[in-house]
Design a protein around this ligand. Sequence first.
Ligand code: DC
Length: 224
Amino acid sequence: MNIIVAIDGPAGSGKGTLAKALSQKLNLVNIDTGATYRCVALKILREKVDINEKEKIIDLAKNISINLLTDGTVLMDGEDVTKEIRSKEVTSIVSPISSIVEVREILVNIQRKIAEGKDVVMEGRDITTVVFPNAPYKFYLDASIEARAKRRYKENQEKGIDMTYEEVYENIKARDYNDMHKEVGSLTRTDDQIYIDTTNLTVEDEVAIIEKVIKGDRNEENDR
Ligand code: DC
């Protein structure tokens, strides 16, 4: 059976950085599901579709091709959009787009297909609850909103994304609300996730926690 490490958590909780580090340490394919929602948002902007035109958005999602390569490259309809999907414009519309139930259905199918037959670490908002509810390893990453805004602001600066700290903070606050109040695929805490507060942890600490859970489990299997 393939290994699935499922990680959910709010924006800026460190899922992306952790998933990347874990994938390298444990030789897993890293699947950033947020990138699939960002591709749809980018296409909406490019085709100048109004964000209230639900039917057009669903149609656009039905016809999109998304590929997530193992080196982190994101391909939309064959084009490398890795950098563009992180822009301020995409970030500002992606959360409402991800609330459209039909868009979620389409993208969840794409995400499952990308993971098929592989050992993966997958991060998003509904991986532990909707995409792979039976994943053997489920984690919920969290941190204070200030810590998350600071991290995202620093990341943006490194990537040359022009957003003030206040803009980042307000965007994260709005996305938190939206991500937690969706009709389907809401960001939710459940009893079977392992909760990790990353406010005062380094990525190495987080990797060590997850590695211990996975290795502990494997040792138990060997003892049986
Ligand atoms: O992780 P991110 O910031 O790149 O995600 C972009 C948006 O996509 C975020 O506002 C919530 C949404 N999303 C989602 O609804 N479900 C997922 N599995 C991943 C992301």
